[in-house]
Design a protein around this ligand. Structure first.
Ligand SMILES: [Ca+2]
Length: 531
């Protein structure tokens, strides 16, 4: 058993020591999670792990952050100077996708390093209580101090899953009985008379509104404050993996007013609308705040986008504080920094909202990686790498950085291989899939970043997009004779990809039409499927 798992510290004591310590309290008075963790080896008479050449891992995550919403991804409007600085000192992966673009299946891929079929979540459901091999436990076993701050979105909500400590902000979700997040406990301690949901817009809402409370109370600021606190107090002899998981820019689109004011509504990009998208035009009147389809007009979409961009710039500013704390500590020289999101946000593209779609707004994600100087490869810094990468690649990347063997059963690959220039054996394309939760549909898709092929299982519909020539996916080429050979090539690839699943997916060498909704594959851990 890993020595760190033997430490017993009650949640109450942890909250008291780390979260509710008086502002300005000394480190000795307010024992943080790090000090206690690093004391573990001594407490058990074991020799402390040393850094050797293993870097710290700073794991920055946003929620529902589109791949095109970064300055370093070529967006001329959005202001993300600190994220751009990570890209400048590292690389941008321009072909990064979330295979199953909604929260819980995406997070299963991060946890397990597996494809949707193999981790078992091919739609939005409750995440497995435990997988046999998970990212935080693997890093803990490798001798890392493993801490997580912000949104985890798993169940049971207080399960550590291999983290030594987690501090949660779950945007008000209560899934385990009596759950109150650490953010909400802190908020009540700070301002017992105020309502953390005072802005009044929901977490699947298309509407936007400025945060009505002091900025320091916003969950984006809280998450960064906890991360800065961790870095400032870190005295461990072992390397750390710190996950900093912001619950935004996922709606509510509610940044402080000063971030909305940074953008002119007229400058906001209008939604892209394919010549195939009229089917998604209708909506209730008035529109439901949590709608998933509907043509609300460009003005409303731009209002949402303005606050969404503001939410990203707010996060970016907070990430700037975290990077500054890391630099001040001197640990930036030995820290690998990764930044990505679990999926994107349609924001009215093709009259669609939220996520779970195969289209770029939903499935394309940011992916930035900056590695320590000790790893060399300086000639790659500042580059954009086009190979298809996915959330399943995060875990093997971390194991690679930690110098730990990557188990053969993982579907993901270390993205460090691409930085090393080992591109020859990289996957030629990536599989995407989602059993819809808003309507009755199930799609599978494949993309290499140049083309995207989508198969809709309920009616056999196919879509083929030339992403290189038509990045907005405005024209479906599937029925065009000039692209017949391309369509056949991608359809064959899909048949091959789905063949391991048997007849429900491929019958007599052809893609099967299905009507049954399937959220979980047979690989989903059975004992926790309904827990
Ligand atoms: Ca999400």
């Amino acid at each position: 058993m890993n020595r760190c798992r033997q430490l017993k510290l009650t949640r109450r004591a942890f909250l008291k020591s780390t979260l509710l310590a008086p502002a300005g309290g000394s480190l000795k008075r307010s024992l943080g999670m790090v000090t206690l963790t690093s004391a573990i080896p001594k407490a058990f008479g074991l020799e402390a792990a040393t850094h050797q050449n293993r870097p710290n891992i700073l794991y920055l995550m946003t929620d529902q952050h589109r791949g095109d919403c970064l300055g370093c991804a070529g967006n001329p409007v959005i202001k993300t100077p600190y994220l751009d600085s990570i890209a400048k000192e590292g690389v941008v992966f321009s072909g990064a996708y979330s295979s199953t673009p909604s929260c819980t299946p995406a997070r299963s891929a991060i946890l397990t390093g597996l494809s949707p079929w193999h981790h078992g979540m091919i739609g939005y459901g409750r995440i497995a209580g435990e997988y046999p091999f998970e990212l935080p436990g693997a890093l803990q076993d490798a001798g890392y101090c493993v801490a997580g701050i912000g949104k985890m979105h798993w169940y049971p909500q207080r399960r550590l899953r291999g983290y030594h400590r987690i501090l949660l902000d779950e945007s008000g979700r209560v899934q385990s009985p009596g759950f109150v997040s650490d953010y909400r406990l802190w908020f009540k301690e700070q301002t017992p008379d105020l309502d953390p949901d005072a802005t009044g817009i929901g977490w699947n809402d298309y509407r936007a509104k400025a945060y009505t409370l002091p900025e320091r109370l916003h969950p984006t600021a809280w998450t960064a404050d906890r991360a800065v606190d961790f870095i400032e107090k870190y005295e461990g002899s072992e390397p750390f993996m710190l996950k900093v998981s912001f619950a935004r820019p996922h709606s509510p689109y509610d940044p402080p007013q000063r971030f909305i004011d940074m953008y002119d509504e007229d400058d906001m990009p209008a939604p892209v609308v394919g010549d195939w998208a009229a089917q998604y035009t209708p909506h209730d009147d008035p529109p439901k705040p949590s709608l998933w389809q509907g043509d609300l007009g460009f003005r409303k979409a731009r209002e949402s986008r303005r606050a969404y961009y503001g939410s990203i710039t707010f996060i970016d500013e907070q990430i700037g504080r975290i990077l500054a704390a890391l630099k001040k500590s001197g640990m930036d020289e030995n820290t690998l920094i990764i930044m990505f999101s679990d999926h994107g946000d349609m924001l009215g593209d093709h009259h669609l909202w939220r996520k779970t779609y195969a289209y770029e707004g939903s499935a394309k994600i940011p992916m930035l990686l900056r590695w320590p100087g000790s790893m060399g490869m300086d000639h790659q810094r500042g580059k954009t790498l086009p190979q298809p990468v996915e959330l399943r690649d995060v875990l093997p990347t971390f194991l690679d950085a930690a110098g730990v063997p990557i188990p053969n059963h993982l579907d993901g690959k270390s993205m460090l291989e691409l930085i090393r220039g080992n591109t020859k054996n990289w996957r030629p394309f990536i599989d995407l899939e989602h059993s819809m939760c808003y309507n009755k549909e199930h799609w599978n898709a494949l993309t290499d970043g140049e083309f995207k092929y989508i198969y809709y299982a309920y009616d056999g519909r196919e879509e083929l997009f030339d992403l290189a020539g038509d990045p907005g996916e405005l024209h479906n080429l599937a029925a065009e004779p000039a692209h017949k050979n391309t369509l056949l090539k991608w359809r064959r690839r899909m048949v091959e990809h789905l063949s391991e699943r048997g007849e429900p997916f491929v019958t007599d060498g052809k893609l099967t039409i299905r009507k049954e909704r399937m959220l979980y594959s047979p690989h989903f851990p059975k004992e926790t499927a309904n827990s």
